[in-house]
Design a protein around this ligand. Structure first.
Ligand SMILES: Cc1cc2nc3c(=O)[nH]c(=O)nc-3n(C[C@H](O)[C@H](O)[C@H](O)COP(=O)(O)OP(=O)(O)OC[C@H]3O[C@@H](n4cnc5c(N)ncnc54)[C@H](O)[C@@H]3O)c2cc1C
Length: 411
């Protein structure tokens, strides 16, 4: 990533982005590439965020998200590390009935791509350092934010003062900026945690992603480059806490129990992580000169691997309304501009949050009548090509009113 730059006299930017995670960094590249002056700040040192122990997750990046990353020049830094997702197989535990999404049925390339988050962070860092107009302030502590005037004023603990017409809160689930603005969230904890680890296996995965539903929660087996897969293994939090503490041979035994032997002998490699799972949706995505993006606005169960993709949709929509406003000489932090962003994004997020929540509730139980209905439902959808194609288009992120970036154009 670009070297940290400091000054103490106060600087004018168009947009100040708080949080240089995957979403804040993508927004910075989208806006900077469109000619806006961007300050990007984070309390963590970007150099530590690309280390494997920082974040062991891998993300399913939808076809539409890939187009957006391509449109802003990020994909060329990622392509070599991306594993195409060709098919998705959904099943109930070890039941032979499954729903099979085959990318050939749509005939327009892979359903999406798996990318390790460390590679996403590295690729975004490379794009940031080669995009004009982005200044990085990290590690830096935010000490005050004043949004009462015609510009928002961000004060950093080191003495820097950053002024912007708009502040984007990309500061994650707990979002200190959202809380400081008094924006409440609607949501709950699942009392489940997602254990994440990488495994290697004897046989090739052939680009197939598996989602298996067990009463305790889903197990996602997601293809990575080489004979490797990323697991997201959901269990009640107490069980996940016990599993994560096991030594490697004991953990691998438990993991193989769930995984099965369809890819031959499987072993875990590297560290394991456990993420507590929760859902929330902010009651509003905007306040005076402030827009919420990514997990600061919404967070969901990883059952459908869509949290980051939803954040990319926020980025694409916010970048579009801001760039359009700037071209017309309008105030990019004005209420009507931010209302446009909120109207575009909040309902879309709410629908996806409801769907992922419903899926988790439907499948994470052991009621036998529900089990029979679920198995029959999966098999029935599998026999209905139009419905299947619709679900596949959702997985590819190509449904709904797409911002320009998601259609492969500059914002
Ligand atoms: C187990 C699991 C698996 C997942 N799998 C997928 C998947 O396959 N596909 C998918 O689309 N999504 C997936 N997701 C969701 C996805 O990981 C998140 O939606 C995404 O990482 C959110 O990114 P973000 O940039 O909004 O937030 P974060 O990654 O949380 O970044 C927030 C940033 O803000 C910084 N920050 C916080 N407070 C401050 C402050 N006061 N000042 C300065 N900086 C601050 C933090 O240091 C951090 O860098 C998964 C989630 C989980 C838990």
């Amino acid at each position: 990533m670009a070297a940290t730059k400091r000054n103490t006299t106060g600087r004018d930017f168009d947009v100040v982005i708080v949080g240089s995670g995957l979403i804040g960094s993508t927004l910075a590249v989208a806006l900077g590439g469109a000619g806006l002056r961007v300050a990007l700040m984070d309390r963590l040192d970007p150099a530590t965020m690309v280390d494997e122990p920082f974040d062991g997750r891998a993300s399913a990046v939808s076809h539409a998200s890939r187009r957006a990353l391509d449109a802003i020049g990020v994909w060329r830094h990622l392509a070599d590390d991306a594993q195409p997702i060709l098919d998705i197989r959904v099943s109930e535990g070890d039941s032979p009935l499954f729903l099979h999404y085959d990318h050939n049925e749509l005939g327009d390339g892979p359903l999406g791509f798996m990318l390790e988050n460390r590679h996403l962070r590295r690729g975004l860092g490379a794009a940031i350092s080669t995009t004009a107009n982005i200044e990085l302030f990290a590690p830096a502590e935010l000490s005050a934010l004043d949004r009462s005037g015609t510009a928002a004023v961000v004060r950093l603990a080191g003495g820097e003062v950053l002024r912007g017409r708009l502040v984007a809160a990309a500061d994650g689930r707990a979002s200190p900026l959202r809380q400081a603005a008094g924006i409440r969230v609607h949501g709950w904890s699942y009392a489940q945690s997602g254990i994440v680890c990488t495994v290697t296996h004897e046989r090739p995965h052939r680009g197939i992603a598996h989602e298996r539903f067990f009463p305790a929660g889903p197990l996602a087996i997601l293809p990575l480059t080489g004979d490797r897969s990323s697991l997201v293994w959901t269990e009640p939090s107490a069980v996940a806490g016990r599993l994560i503490e096991l030594d490697k041979p004991a953990f691998d035994d438990e993991m193989r129990d769930r995984f099965g032997d369809f890819l031959g002998y499987v072993v875990s490699v590297g560290p394991r992580w456990s993420y507590p799972l929760a859902l929330h949706n902010a009651k509003t995505y905007r306040s005076r000169r402030l827009a919420l993006v990514g997990d600061a606005a919404h967070a969901m169960h990883p059952i459908a691997g869509q949290g980051l993709n939803l954040g990319f949709r926020d980025v694409a929509a916010l970048a579009e309304v801001v760039v359009d406003a700037a071209r017309l000489g309008l105030d990019i932090g004005g209420t009507d501009i931010l209302s446009r962003y909120e109207t575009w994004r909040r309902f879309d997020s709410m629908v996806l949050l409801a769907v992922t929540d419903g899926l988790n509730r439907l499948f994470s139980n052991d009621i036998s009548a529900a089990r029979v209905a679920r198995d029959a439902g999966l098999a029935a959808v599998n026999r209905m090509p139009p419905l299947k194609r619709l679900f596949m288009r959702h997985a590819r992120g190509t449904v709904g009113k797409l911002p320009r970036m998601l259609r492969g154009m500059a914002p």
